[in-house]
Design a protein around this ligand. Structure first.
Ligand SMILES: [Ca+2]
Ligand SMILES: [Ca+2]
Length: 511
């Protein structure tokens, strides 16, 4: 059946009180436990153990770039490019893909693509959500979210509609590529003539289309239940100043059914160009290596009780911070002599930014006494010591108050010493699975989100006073796990609950 206006609202409820956290740490958050590897967010890491069969017959990537007439002779997936130099390729996914130049290519921050005026809908699909009219559930390629496209009753058939993004500042001669993961659920696969393709096109100043290339189809003949990779590559032709990329959904007939899911869309360019309204990835650590990348992070070594009466000493040991299975694992542990050790990693001097979107996918521990945090401090302390130069707490959690995550701002005028800190909080299953914690930082405001939902906004009052807005300077990122202390230990500490882990899948900065 066609999708009859079935707009399922998948945005998570704002179940938590938007109150300020009590007693957050002036200059140091931190934390503790966890019993096992999180499982919910990296659903396809490593190798694809259930490759599709039958429909993706091409192998590798066609890089010849010369088939401009729609006939690709180098493999069995014909390119359908209409003009210009282009190739369309199809490969099965074999693992995780790196972040591209799109700020929200994995749709973790919502379905931000433009909607068509045609006859399909899109929505934000979330891992664990039910599939339309079936008992099945959806699992994103990476992270928790993907974009879902489907047709619905309206207008006429057949028709095509497009969902995508606008590119600006294109220079002729540059090569652009778009790679995306696409999926059909076995309980709601496309049937009949319904199909979807990835597209990339170039336009001139007047809006005339100069060139377009599309990938091979995703349709009823494409195996369901498996993520497939689709890609397009094209060179911007003479006269091109802008472009568009996205997915085109073809609704064949009202009797045709199904939906397509899109995730992990990557756009790369050899030259100029930017996505209109989107930020570009300027720094990231996916923690995909075998050890911590010390060109990006420094391990701070600090004795116990340095901040907030916290019990842990921060060490440079891999026992306390290590990279494994694609994740950063910070471990708080009790040593043989009874001391507590943990780790505090900073980008200070290696990654410092003014404005941008800063986000991390992380899972916090359950052990009482733990205090994990993902936060930012000023790199230059231009307005004086804490709190006068500001603090941006993107995520804090304490084991005394499970699954209650906090996002907070401290300044000279607003800080916890005065009881005037500004913040918000929300309840998530933060100890059970990964969530996306982010701040969108501009000259006008700091917008804090969890899983793309706005939790708290702190606005620049425009008075030009650093007491209330010190956030016009460089800040760096801190990841740490404290144990005990004024906030982490307010209900006691569970030493037998150690060791315990704070796990971070990635940290990304967009500007
Ligand atoms: Ca995703
Ligand atoms: Ca990772």
């Amino acid at each position: 059946m066609p999708r009859a206006l079935v707009l399922v609202l998948v945005l998570l409820c704002g179940c938590g009180p938007a109150s300020s956290p009590t007693g957050p740490d002036a200059s140091d958050p931190s934390s503790s436990t966890t019993t096992s590897e999180p499982s919910a967010t990296e659903t396809v890491t490593g190798t694809d153990t259930t490759p599709s069969t039958g429909t993706d017959s091409s192998t590798g990537t066609d890089t010849t770039g010369t088939d401009s007439t729609g006939t690709d002779t180098t493999d069995t997936d014909p390119s359908t490019g209409t003009t210009g130099t282009s190739t369309g390729t199809t490969t099965d996914t074999t693992g995780t893909t790196p972040a591209g130049l799109l700020a929200n290519g994995g749709f973790e921050s919502g379905a931000s693509w433009w909607r068509p005026s045609g006859y399909t809908h899109h929505e934000w699909a979330t891992t664990g959500d039910p599939i339309y009219e079936s008992p099945g559930t959806f699992t994103a390629f990476e992270g928790r979210h993907a974009l879902k496209l489907w047709g619905f009753y309206s207008g006429s058939v057949p028709n095509d509609s497009e969902h995508g993004l606008d590119l600006e500042g294109i220079t002729p001669g540059d090569t652009h590529s778009v790679v995306a993961q696409v999926y059909q659920h076995p309980d709601d696969a496309m049937a009949g003539g319904n199909a979807a393709v990835l597209f990339l096109r170039f336009l001139d100043d007047s809006g005339a289309v100069l060139a377009e290339v599309t990938s091979s189809d995703v349709d009823g003949g494409t195996s369901a239940g498996v993520w497939h990779e689709r890609s397009v590559v094209a060179e911007a032709p003479a006269g091109a100043t802008r472009g568009q990329l996205g997915v085109r959904y073809h609704l064949s007939d009202w009797s045709d059914t199904g939906a397509v899911y899109v995730d992990d869309v990557r756009w790369t360019s050899t030259g100029t160009g930017a996505v209109s309204g989107e930020r570009l990835l300027v720094w990231n650590d996916e923690f995909d290596g075998s050890e911590l990348d010390e060109t990006k992070w420094s391990r701070l070594v600090l004795p116990a009780f340095t901040y907030n009466s916290e019990l842990q000493a921060y060490t440079a040991s891999t026992d306390n911070a290590d990279v494994r299975d694609g994740r950063l694992v910070i471990t708080a542990r009790e040593e043989a002599d009874g001391s507590i050790t943990s780790a505090r990693l900073v980008t200070d001097g290696k990654g410092d930014w003014t404005y941008g979107r800063v986000e991390a996918m992380a899972q916090v521990p359950t052990t009482v006494g733990t205090w994990p945090a993902f936060w930012m401090l000023p790199s230059d302390w231009a307005y004086g010591g804490w709190p006068d130069s500001g603090e941006i707490d993107i995520m804090e959690h304490v084991g005394c108050d499970l699954d209650h995550v906090h996002q907070t701002v401290h300044t000279g005028a607003y800080n916890h010493l005065l009881g005037t800190q500004q913040g918000g909080s929300t309840y998530r299953n933060a100890t059970a699975t990964m969530h996306l914690y982010a701040v969108e930082w501009t000259a006008e405001e700091l917008v804090f989100t969890v899983d793309g939902e706005n939790i708290f906004t702190f606005e620049n009052d425009g008075l030009g006073d650093s007491d209330t807005w010190p956030f016009d300077q460089r800040f760096h990122i801190i990841l740490n796990l404290a144990f005990g202390g004024d906030w982490g230990g307010w209900c006691g500490v569970d030493r037998p609950g150690l060791p315990t882990e704070y796990v971070v899948d990635w940290v990304r900065v967009y500007q």
